[in-house]
Design a protein around this ligand. Structure first.
Ligand SMILES: CCCCCCC[C@@H](O)CC(=O)SCCNC(=O)CCNC(=O)[C@H](O)C(C)(C)COP(=O)(O)OP(=O)(O)OC[C@H]1O[C@@H](n2cnc3c(N)ncnc32)[C@H](O)[C@@H]1OP(=O)(O)O
Length: 710
């Protein structure tokens, strides 16, 4: 086999002045790595410090032709230690957290200082060095980290309560770093060594001390750090030339309740104790997902319950609101006084003061967030705000609430195993003051990393998304979100720190806090209501969206719309990155009411066809044959004919000689149709080339305008 090498890699070994650390440093250096030999030079109890231990190992390595530098920092100053690697070698690829001290005392005699010092060096020290190295490894797309645990942690050991606890803590630390680092090719494993070292030299009998040569363990650690090694999140025990993986097993256990009863009593537990503790049959578990899956399997096998908790919530949730809440919400989804048609959402004294329909997602979200039904939907798996994203949303308004008090009831309809996550489908019914069901919401919460629990992938209760038509959009509108968008939107109730706290966002894997899904939904639906309902909110029926990618506050949202009868399909795109963030989405309206500003090109064409069909009498009364051309950059894009006399609209030139021909841009046609540009003026400005009877154009403008309001 070819020699496994570490050329070009930079390795930091803590506590490398003697014993295991020294053996690691020598081995890595002999295989081409540049090594930072860290050692405080302290005694076994953490007292004193000198540079000698590290210097000696560096000299030894150099004398064999290797590359190494010494570092004398305490691991508690992990960032300084990693800086030594960066200052000398420009990178850090491999980090071996090996430094440790002992303060052995029987449990009753352990002082706070004994406890704190052991924890500071083992647990906090490993945390500090790893946290300093992690972002660099992330950028490099490569990193290998080893934590050093101990059998004392796995099994306990007399006189070592402080040390055992710290060592077991390192296993938890490593397992989570392994999960968070995996996507960036950062692997974190644990070594459980039993070796002769400064810590054990006068504790172990001499013959045993001899067999426990650190050089038997160093190759195991080195391989765990090699590019070829796929292992991540594992605990490997090694001693005396032997190595083996340690893992967690769980007894298959027993169900403590019967199909008829949902109670578990202390007596049930006593009766079943031997089955609970019998490990003749067990499951081998390596992740929370496997633990959850195994639990669900045993629940399924017992026939008492489906694997997930599809239960009505016991509580009902009361949601009260005033005009202030309505205005704050409207601001949160981008409504502005800059648009005069939006003032009615922002001023309670306006004669048409209105509520944006999507405001009514809020009672549903509040009820899901305050109930435990969603977070406890997968038995054995804690779901909290740090690992959930809003996946999908459906809202249907059966009748617009009038009072300021609503009551919601939520239940988990189903939990889908989506592989990379679990989709928890929650149905929420909202009732008004008289007990009438007024709003139905369905919230799909995507619990990242909670998939593979053995559940079904496809749902039966999920309101489906619907694909957009296969043509270019009928209408497109663009709106920029503000940098403060999430900061404003969260005041409407969803105070998930993911949307405001950079540290929490980083833990969830985002560079910056992300916008609430429901805020992007509010923006998009508002744009549709503006375009196709002229902001008549009573026309809103229902809406469904899937959030496919996060939005960052400050980005520009483009809403692409397709009209199919009274359904407006849409897709929302972040303009700056050209990323589709909402897909499979639609708004159902009771009827269409085009606003003048949305009457453009194809939309006008379609609209006119409808109007001519619906009201041929009116069309005929205006009369005339229009030949309408759209040109772009001097080139003709499209031409239509509107034969109002015969109530016919068709693409192409008129069959008979036209009495009017307009050649006009989209924008000017709009101005003309809105009456803001007179044909004569347009003609004078050279914007409009008109042949024939120009008065017909003026007749057309009010027709469009009137029909737009129909
Ligand atoms: C208790 C409180 C509840 C309240 C919840 C709301 C709280 C709020 O504060 C939280 C928010 O607002 S978060 C902000 C808004 N949401 C987002 O930004 C999420 C954007 N979406 C994503 O990043 C990915 O789609 C992602 C990460 C969701 C999935 O991406 P991937 O893991 O790459 O999945 P992928 O490979 O694309 O597909 C795997 C299977 O999952 C299905 N799927 C994908 N996106 C989904 C989504 N958004 N919702 C539901 N299912 C989704 C896929 O269809 C696929 O399944 P299948 O193969 O069966 O089709």
């Amino acid at each position: 086999m070819a020699e496994l090498r570490f050329d070009g890699k930079v390795v930091v070994v803590t506590g490398a002045g003697a014993g295991l650390g020294r053996a690691y440093a020598h081995l890595f250096a002999s295989r081409g790595a540049k090594v930072v030999v860290n050692d405080l030079g302290g005694g076994r109890h953490g007292d004193g410090s000198s540079s000698k231990a590290a210097d000696t190992v560096v000299d030894e390595i150099k004398s064999k032709g290797g590359t190494a530098v010494a570092d004398y920092h305490s691991v508690v100053d992990g960032d300084k230690l990693i800086k030594t690697a960066l200052d000398n070698f420009g990178r850090i690829d491999i980090l071996i957290n090996n430094a440790g001290i002992l303060r052995d005392k029987s449990f009753a005699r352990i002082s706070d200082q004994d406890w704190d010092l052991v924890h500071a060096v083992h647990l906090k020290g490993s945390f500090k060095t790893t946290q300093a190295a992690f972002p660099i490894m992330k950028k490099q797309g490569f990193g290998r980290i080893v934590m050093t645990a101990s059998n004392s942690g796995l099994y306990g050991n007399f006189g070592q309560a402080n040390y055992s606890a710290a060592k077991m803590g390192l296993i938890g630390l490593a397992k989570t770093v392994a999960i968070e680092g995996a996507r960036n090719n950062i692997h974190c494993n644990v070594i459980v060594p039993t070796a002769a070292s400064r810590l054990t030299e006068d504790i172990l009998p001499p013959d045993v001390f001899q067999a426990l040569n650190p050089e038997y363990i160093a190759p195991v650690v080195a391989y765990m750090c090699h590019d070829d090694c796929e292992e991540n999140g594992s605990v490997i025990e090694a001693a005396a030339g032997w190595a083996g993986k340690c893992t967690i097993i769980r007894a298959n256990g027993t169900l403590l309740r019967s199909p008829e009863s949902d109670n578990v009593s202390i007596e049930n537990v006593k009766q079943n104790w031997s089955k609970i503790t019998d490990i003749t049959n067990y499951s081998l578990l390596s992740s929370i997902q496997e633990a959850t899956g195994a639990l669900i399997e045993s629940l399924d096998a017992s026939g008492t319950k489906e694997g997930t908790n599809n239960q009505d919530s016991d509580e009902t949730d009361v949601f009260e609101y005033t005009d202030k809440d309505l205005i704050l919400y409207a601001l949160g989804v981008g409504t502005t006084v800059a648009d005069p048609t939006e003032i009615k959402f922002l001023y309670e004294g306006h004669e048409e003061f209105s509520t944006l329909p999507t405001f009514f997602v809020l009672p549903a979200l509040q009820s899901v967030m305050t109930s435990s039904t969603t977070t406890s939907a997968i038995p054995g798996k804690d779901i909290d705000l740090s690992n959930i994203l809003h996946g999908e949303q459906y809202i249907e308004i059966l009748s617009f609430p009038t009072g300021g008090k609503l009551v919601s009831k939520c239940k988990v309809a189903e939990v889908l195993d989506k592989g990379s996550g679990a989709a928890i489908v929650s149905d929420v019914d909202t009732f008004d003051n008289n007990g009438n069901l007024v709003i139905k919401n369905q919230i799909v919460t995507f619990a990242v990393g909670a998939g593979r629990f053995g559940g079904s992938r496809n749902g039966t209760k999920l309101v489906p998304c619907i694909q957009k038509p296969n043509r270019s959009p009928d209408l497109t509108l663009t709106q920029k979100t503000s940098l403060d968008q999430a900061a404003i939107y969260r005041l409407s109730g969803d105070r998930n720190p993911l949307h405001i706290d950079p540290n929490i966002a980083a833990v969830a894997g985002f560079e910056k806090p992300i916008l609430h899904g429901l805020c992007s939904l509010g923006f998009s639906v508002r744009v549709i209501l503006k375009s196709y309902a002229d902001y008549d909110i009573s026309l809103f029926k229902a809406c469904k969206v899937r959030f496919t990618k996060p939005v960052v506050p400050g980005q520009t949202l483009r809403v692409d719309m397709w009209k199919e009868d009274n359904r407006i399909h849409f897709e929302t795109v972040v303009v700056e990155t050209n990323t589709v963030v909402i897909t499979g989405a639609y708004v159902d309206l009771k009827s269409i009411k085009m606003s003048a500003t949305s009457l453009k090109s194809d939309a006008i064409f379609e609209f006119i066809i409808e109007q001519v069909k619906n009201d041929p009498g009116k069309a005929k009364s205006i009369g005339g044959v229009f030949h309408y051309k759209i040109t772009k950059d001097g080139k003709e894009v499209k031409q239509w004919t509107m034969d109002l006399k015969n109530a016919k609209v068709y693409e192409g030139a008129p069959e008979n000689k036209p009495n009017t021909t307009l050649t006009i841009s989209d924008e000017d046609f709009m101005l003309l149709a809105e009456g803001k540009l007179q044909p004569q003026q347009a003609f004078m400005k050279g914007k409009l080339k008109i042949t024939g009877n120009i008065m017909l154009a003026q007749k057309l403008a009010p027709l469009l305008k009137t029909n737009a309001k129909l």
